[in-house]
Structure formats: C-alpha cells, structure tokens
Design a protein around this ligand. Structure first.
Ligand SMILES: *[C@@H]1O[C@H](CO)[C@@H](O)[C@H](O)[C@H]1NC(C)=O
Ligand SMILES: *[C@@H]1O[C@H](CO)[C@@H](O)[C@H](O)[C@H]1NC(C)=O
Ligand SMILES: *[C@@H]1O[C@H](CO)[C@@H](O)[C@H](O)[C@H]1NC(C)=O
Ligand SMILES: *[C@@H]1O[C@H](CO)[C@@H](O)[C@H](O)[C@H]1NC(C)=O
Ligand SMILES: *[C@@H]1O[C@H](CO)[C@@H](O)[C@H](O)[C@H]1NC(C)=O
Ligand SMILES: *[C@@H]1O[C@H](CO)[C@@H](O)[C@H](O)[C@H]1NC(C)=O
Ligand SMILES: *[C@@H]1O[C@H](CO)[C@@H](O)[C@H](O)[C@H]1NC(C)=O
Ligand SMILES: *[C@@H]1O[C@H](CO)[C@@H](O)[C@H](O)[C@H]1NC(C)=O
Ligand SMILES: *[C@@H]1O[C@H](CO)[C@@H](O)[C@H](O)[C@H]1NC(C)=O
Length: 486
C-alpha cells in the first residue's frame, strides 16, 4: 500500500463556532469524517484518560487501558478480522497527544474525531505533515476566495521518482493539478543540485527541499494529497499554506476573482520537426503563467526548435514567434554555453550528456512579459527546426534544410495557465489581451556577424526595419499528440 495523506482546506459557510465529537466510519480518517459533515478536523482530542467519549457516543466496547500508540487512535475496533484480535475494544484513550493526526486511519477501526464548524474566515490557513502531525486546518465564510500560496516538501532522494502530489479543487473527483514535486519546481530528471531558488520556487536542500509559491485559487475547497507510486517511505514532510481574498496578478494586472489555474502535462516522445502542444486552449480568456520542459534526445539539435504562440483563435503558422531557438526562449543563447542557471524569469536546471544521449530541463515564467489572451491560446514548441532559403528559422512548416540532425526526443513538460470566464473578466480594469498587432524590429547596424559553429551565424538586414506579420500563413500542423489537461 502506498502512503496517502490528505489535507482538507474547505471554504464553507457557517455562523456558530462549535466543536463536537463523532465516530468516523470504519477505515476513515478524521479529515474525511469531518469533511463529510462540512466541518474541519480539530486535532485536539481530550479524553482525560477516560472512556467517557466512547460512552457519550453510545459505544459499548471492551476497555483497553494501553496507553495511546498509533495515529488512528482513540478508536473503536469495528472489524472482526482485526489483525491483532482487538475487535470490540476501545483503544488509545490513555495519554492521548495534545494534537493527533487528522489524516490517520486504519482499516479495521472507527476513530473518535473532533470536528469544528467555522465561525469566520481566517486570513491565513495552512497544514503541515511533520512525521505524523497535521497542525492546522481551516474552514471559511461564503463569498471568500481561497488562494494556495505555498507548497513545500522534503524526503530522501531515493523517494524522488514516484512522489505525486494532487490538488483537488472545488470538489473535483479527479485532481486537475497533479505533479512530481521537482518538475513543479522547474527541474527535470530529478536533478539534485541545490540550494537555489527564486521568489516563485526552488530547492533548499541536497535531498528534496522543493518549494513553490504558485498562487492556486479556489472558490470552495482545496484538498491536497500526496502519494508514493512505488513504495512505503518514512522521513517525509510536507507543508501547504494559503490566504483568503488575496489578489493574484500577472504582469502587474490583477486577475478576475473567478480565475483558476490549469496545469497542462506533456509526457510523450516526439519525432524531429514535430510540434509539441505545450498548451492548447480552444476558447476563453486567460494568461499563460509558466512552463517547465524536460527533454531527452540523442543529441542537442532539438534545441534548434522555436516556440510559437497562437492568440485568440488566430492559429495560422507561425503565429507569434516567441523564440528563435529553444535556449533563446529561456533567455540564454548558443546552446546555453554559460552552463546552468536559476534566474527569476528563466532557468536552465538540468544537463547531462554523453556520446549517445543528452537530458536537459529548463523553466520560463511570463510574469514580466505576460501572455494574455481572450479567445483561446496555444503554446507550441518544435523539436528542431528548418532554415528557409535565406537561412532564417521558425518560418518553415516543411522543407529539407534541417538545422543539424535532431533525433526523436522524449518530452515531459508542465505548463501552468490561468483562465477565467469572460463575462466576469469584464469587471477587471484593464484589457487583458496581448495585442495582435504587427511587431516591428529595427536595427541601425548594417550587419552583425556572430561567429559560432552551433547556431545560425548571421543576423543580417539592410532594411531599417523588419516587419513580422501575424496575419499570414497556413494552418498550424496537427500533431498526433494531444496536450492533456491533467
Ligand atoms: C476533559 O477535561 C476538560 C477540562 O476539565 C473538560 O472540558 C472536558 O469536557 C473533559 N473531557 C471529557 C471527555 O471528559
Ligand atoms: C455491553 O455489552 C456487554 C457484552 O456484550 C453486555 O453484557 C452489556 O449489557 C452491554 N451494555 C450496554 C450498556 O449495552
Ligand atoms: C493519563 O495516564 C497516563 C498513563 O497512566 C499518565 O502518565 C498521565 O499523566 C495521565 N494524564 C492525565 C491528564 O491524568
Ligand atoms: C477520472 O479519471 C478516471 C480514470 O482516468 C476516468 O475514468 C473518469 O472518467 C474520470 N472522472 C471524471 C469525473 O473526470
Ligand atoms: C506498504 O505498507 C503496506 C501496509 O503498511 C503493505 O501492505 C504494503 O505491501 C507495503 N508496500 C510496499 C511496496 O512495501
Ligand atoms: C510519464 O509517463 C510514464 C509512462 O506512461 C509514467 O510512468 C510517468 O510517471 C509519467 N511521468 C510524468 C511526470 O507524468
Ligand atoms: C549515456 O547516458 C544515458 C542516459 O543517462 C545512459 O543510459 C547511457 O548508458 C550512457 N551511455 C554511455 C556510453 O555512457
Ligand atoms: C565518446 O566519443 C569520443 C570521440 O568519438 C571517444 O573518444 C570516446 O571514447 C567516446 N566515449 C564513450 C564512453 O563511448
Ligand atoms: C488542440 O485542441 C483541439 C480541441 O480543443 C484539437 O482539435 C487540436 O487538435 C489540438 N491541437 C493540437 C496541436 O494538439
């Protein structure tokens, strides 16, 4: 069995602050038992070393005066097949810790739980799983919007491959956000190098110590769970925290109150010159927040690939060319020849190469250069690229003048995009769309030559300005791969 811990942070309406003891269902945690009643688990169970709580709940059990020893106690053993023959006993009511673990459960027992109704919205909520202890939980008032502001996790490096964190937003059955911690913190291939960080994320230890401060809005509730896909591990800690009614802004523009965060996941192998649909939103408003890409290939020529963005249903290739090569999108150049870096806007977070294989990862935020859209958005990255007859990249859908010899490339990527309903967006003060105007690039130099063996070597124009039009072109290629909303 994998370990599975749940944090419930519901936003619910209520007037009176009350606390009551209940008996959970067999196998249920107190988080689950209280949440079903629209209440929050209170970790402080006061038995005063007596069985009176059991009696008050009408339970007729055999008293077991052993001192408390497990996180699913105090509890009533309700299954006949209890592995140590405790069926019918009331367990763990002596010397109960001041705070017990709301998420604790055991399949054969029904827990005594203390559940609270909320009285008002606290401005900050949070929970920490510290080797078995949930420290706080909160329930909030109607009309409020919750915003998760902090995520932190640590564990031994051997656990890295297999940890999955899920955010269930507003009662989702399937979590719309689920991630491997390292990849949600900008790093592929479990690169262990630390410490490093920006205000948005980083890694503060040699072993894990991953954190991010992404603002994840929710209207009703958020449930955060963590699971290891392959084994049982100890030495695991996690913290989540958030605030109520705080703004989310991108590029200095405050997003509408109904904004939500969408995670797009790519996990596939792409052939040379294929387009990777990092984000594919067919309609609606939003702003692209950031993307982390990890890639593995047989050589580095996949880095010739350009990034294209399509705004507001204008899906004609080449769209808005966001970069003239892969590393250029990440604010580096010349195949990242300065080595790895972790800058506020972009980072080059993993690199490993031998004669036959290369693995690589990088991240890019769009906080300083926001990509707003009103009627859909696509962010597309190509595996390698084609030079046109003038030696220019990013403009050719097909052609034989391939830059280098890119190979099949395995891509795992997370893209994060805020979206919202347009009618509510009208209440926001500023137009939230990236202008679809022509972009003019001017140079006063007659010609600039930058020698290198790796990249197109010449930027040459005799014209005073070059106009890049977004209104021309053919339809974008249809990939056989689909961007999946996790
Ligand atoms: C335990 O003692 C406290 C303080 O005297 C009291 O408020 C509470 O009701 C007692 N609980 C039980 C289950 O007897
Ligand atoms: C509790 O159960 C025992 C044994 O099953 C029984 O003798 C006793 O009368 C029960 N007490 C109550 C209050 O139901
Ligand atoms: C409860 O019992 C334990 C073990 O007998 C003892 O150490 C502890 O002081 C008791 N607590 C109270 C509040 O009486
Ligand atoms: C949740 O995911 C499962 C498995 O992928 C799928 O069968 C099911 O339809 C999904 N449920 C919802 C409500 O999307
Ligand atoms: C994890 O622990 C559970 C019970 O604690 C056990 O049933 C399961 O086999 C363990 N899984 C692994 C992979 O060790
Ligand atoms: C990618 O897909 C593979 C195989 O389907 C899976 O084992 C792996 O966990 C996935 N990785 C991520 C980050 O989703
Ligand atoms: C090159 O690196 C890959 C991936 O790390 C590895 O599988 C492969 O064995 C390595 N090849 C050589 C010759 O070291
Ligand atoms: C890598 O390639 C170089 C040059 O072709 C060769 O000298 C070296 O032995 C190769 N290394 C491995 C591990 O294959
Ligand atoms: C984008 O999504 C639409 C459906 O919303 C789909 O028809 C199209 O093929 C997708 N494009 C890519 C490049 O995956």
């Amino acid at each position: 069995m994998n370990f599975f811990i749940v944090f419930f942070i519901p936003l619910l309406a209520s007037v009176n602050c009350q606390s009551k003891y209940i008996l959970g269902e067999q196998g249920e945690s107190c988080n689950e038992a209280c949440f079903k009643l629209g209440m929050n688990c209170n970790p402080r169970i006061e038995t005063n070393n007596s069985t009176s709580l059991f009696t008050q709940l009408g339970i007729n059990c055999t008293n077991d005066p052993s001192v408390w020893w497990a996180e699913d106690q105090p509890s009533y053993v309700t299954d006949k097949n209890d592995p140590v023959g405790n069926y019918g006993k009331c367990l763990g009511y002596i010397n109960v810790p001041t705070g017990s673990q709301c998420s604790g459960s055991f399949w054969s027992v029904s827990r005594i739980c203390r559940c609270d109704t909320p009285s008002s919205s606290p401005s900050t909520f949070g929970a920490g799983y510290s080797n078995g202890m949930i420290t706080t939980e909160q329930v909030l008032a109607p009309g409020d919007i919750g915003v998760l502001t902090h995520f932190w996790i640590t564990y031994g490096t051997s656990m890295d491959n297999g940890v999955i964190v899920r955010y269930y937003i507003d009662g989702e059955k399937n979590a719309s956000i689920q991630f491997t911690p390292s990849l949600a913190c900008g790093v592929g291939y479990y690169d262990y190098h630390g410490p490093w960080g920006t205000k948005w994320f980083g890694k503060g230890a040699n072993d894990a110590g991953w954190f991010n401060n992404f603002r994840i809005p929710f209207q009703k509730s958020i449930v955060v769970t963590v699971q290891h896909l392959y084994g049982n591990f100890s030495g695991f800690y996690m913290i989540v925290r958030g605030s109520i009614n705080i703004p989310i802004s991108v590029g200095g523009i405050t997003l509408p109150r109904n904004a939500r965060m969408n995670q797009f996941v790519i996990n596939d192998t792409y052939q040379p010159l294929e387009f990777v649909p990092l984000v594919n939103i067919s309609s609606g408003s939003g702003v692209h927040w950031m993307v982390t890409i990890s890639a593995g290939s047989n050589n580095l020529n996949f880095l010739e690939g350009c990034f294209h963005a399509y705004f507001d249903g204008n899906n004609a290739f080449p769209g808005v060319v966001l970069s003239t090569g892969t590393e250029d999108y990440f604010d580096s150049a010349w195949y990242f020849n300065a080595g790895q870096f972790h800058l506020p806007v972009s980072g080059f977070t993993h690199f490993n190469q031998n004669n036959t294989s290369v693995t690589w990862s990088a991240y890019r935020f769009h906080e300083m250069d926001p990509l707003f859209f009103k009627h859909g958005f696509q962010l597309v990255w190509r595996i390698g690229d084609i030079d046109d007859a003038a030696g220019m990249k990013c403009m050719m859908l097909t052609g034989s003048n391939i830059a280098g010899s890119p190979g099949p490339t395995e891509v795992i990527a997370y893209a994060w995009v805020y979206t919202w309903e347009e009618d509510v967006a009208n209440s926001s003060p500023t137009s939230l769309s990236t202008p679809s105007l022509s972009t003019t690039t001017s140079t006063t130099q007659e010609s600039t030559t930058i020698p290198t063996t790796q990249e197109p070597t010449t930027i040459s124009t005799t014209q005073e300005s070059t106009t890049i039009s977004t209104t021309q072109g053919s339809d974008p290629p249809q990939s056989t791969h689909k961007a999946s909303k996790a």
